[in-house]
Design a protein around this ligand. Structure first.
Ligand SMILES: NC(=O)c1ccc[n+]([C@@H]2O[C@H](COP(=O)([O-])OP(=O)(O)OC[C@H]3O[C@@H](n4cnc5c(N)ncnc54)[C@H](OP(=O)(O)O)[C@@H]3O)[C@@H](O)[C@H]2O)c1
Length: 414
């Protein structure tokens, strides 16, 4: 039975730092689809703030009509009835309400109960895996898709691994990604919302291990030589700077995809390690100091409060309550701000043979693929490309994308 829903997408948490850019992007592109206008609305707990966000988008895009055209729904995570009313009106709820460990589950629950697909931009492995554990069966039964981490965490990593595999000339057995950030001429920083998610995520690290045991997964088969884990801090010849392991959701998300590809499609799994460049020796002192403070303070509630109160101080300006400026977010290329993600794939079979034949270095059998990531706001471009055009979505075997395709079919856009 087809139930009529007035909106294709509702952007929940539209008044947040990220939400406002998602709103603008939806407003800018809603009419670009081959099947006409995307029907959309904004939602959140404060109507006045939501009105301001729509007004801001109307001004920025010179589209005054948005103010009368875009519907506003009031819904609060702590009020399940308001979430149900919201979810019943949309095919997809795109939730920008975080930290997800506190605010994500009621939205997922309501979406599952009301037959609504849910997309989020969480970079919190514990939340993502807990939702999979608790809601997978109910969601599958209802034909509902819960698509987590559709942001900078972790679409570039997840798709980058598949992309590298497809470009690779041998059998890709392991892959490492290296993230670098360039501050650009105007500088740049990350918004406090992400800082808070990281604080609570690290404070709760132990729970993730026990959660993973509950899945009862068999270990993924190791194809080729086992990937060598790099140190906690090492000099990366690939980046020509120091690097540390990446602590976001990328390894968790990539592994989940590799498990899916292996168990459901019998593809050979790729081992993965994720690292982030931290610069030269002067940054190391800052990093060690900030890291020690962070790991110490995050263990205690007074410490967490301090970290939350003074993000700029404890992160050496890397995170701030104000977040990056509009100019930095929307026009990163003008002042060379940006992220780059390098993928280094290796074929251990090929290396074994070559080591035996000649003293060639492993790196001569590696291929480098660079994926440029221009903006931290990825959520809507992802949803949009999935909604609009099959051709624009390059890797239909990714769970992320499979899911979004299904949403498209349900929307009648395909
Ligand atoms: N994966 C990625 O690439 C990526 C990128 C950016 C952000 N993120 C994540 O996205 C999340 C949001 O980040 P942000 O920087 O945009 O944070 P933010 O500015 O603090 O926004 C939080 C949003 O949640 C809303 N909210 C809070 N409590 C609520 C409740 N009880 N009911 C309904 N809405 C509620 C806020 O509404 P009010 O305005 O009314 O307070 C606001 O709209 C974080 O978890 C962050 O880690 C991920």
């Amino acid at each position: 039975m087809h139930i009529y829903r007035p909106y294709h997408i509702i952007i929940f948490g539209a008044s947040g730092f990220t939400g406002q850019f998602v709103v603008e992007e939806v407003a800018r592109t809603a009419s670009e689809g081959p099947k006409g206008n995307l029907k959309w609305a904004v939602a959140g707990r404060n109507r006045t703030k939501l009105e301001k966000v729509v007004e801001q988008a109307a001004g920025a895009l010179s589209k005054p009509e948005l103010k009368s055209e875009v519907d506003i729904l009031v819904a609060d995570v702590s009020d399940p009835d308001s979430l149900a009313v919201m979810c019943k009106q949309a095919v997809i709820v795109l939730s920008c309400v975080g930290p997800y460990r506190f605010f994500g589950e009621p939205v997922v629950k309501s979406c599952v109960e009301n037959g609504t697909h849910c997309i989020d931009i969480s970079g919190e492995p514990q939340f993502l895996e807990r939702m999979q554990l608790n809601y997978h069966d109910q969601a599958a039964e209802k034909g509902v898709y819960i698509v987590g981490s559709c942001g900078f965490d972790s679409i570039p990593a997840d798709m980058g691994v598949i992309y590298t595999r497809d470009q690779f000339k041998g059998t890709l057995t392991s892959i490492e990604s290296f993230l670098t950030a360039s501050a650009g001429t105007e500088g740049g920083c990350i918004h406090d919302g992400t800082w808070q998610s990281a604080i609570y995520g690290l404070a709760d690290g132990n729970k993730l291990r026990s959660l993973r045991k509950k899945f009862g997964h068999k270990p993924l088969p190791v194809v080729g030589a086992k990937i060598k884990r790099r140190g906690t801090l090492f000099y990366s010849n690939e980046l020509q700077q120091y690097a540390i392991p990446f602590m976001g959701s990328d390894p968790s998300v990539v592994k989940r995809t590799q498990r899916f590809l292996n168990e459901e499609l019998t593809e050979s799994p790729v081992q993965y390690g994720a690292y982030v460049g931290v610069g030269g020796i002067s940054n190391i002192f800052k990093l060690v100091f900030a890291g020690l403070m962070f790991f110490f303070l995050v263990k205690f509630s007074f410490g967490r409060n301090l970290l939350i109160k003074f993000p700029e101080f404890f992160s050496f300006g890397f995170f701030s309550k104000e977040g990056p400026t509009r100019k930095q977010v929307l026009y990163p290329h003008y002042h060379h701000l940006g992220y780059q993600l390098y993928f280094l794939g290796s074929d251990s079979f090929k290396c074994d043979i070559c080591r035996w034949r000649a003293p060639l270095s492993v790196s001569s059998f590696m291929e480098r693929v660079t994926l440029k990531v221009q903006t931290p706001v990825r959520a809507n471009p992802t949803a949009r490309s999935a909604l609009w055009s099959k051709d624009q979505v390059p890797y239909s075997n990714l769970p992320h994308i499979v899911v979004l395709f299904h949403c498209m079919v349900r929307l009648g856009l395909l």
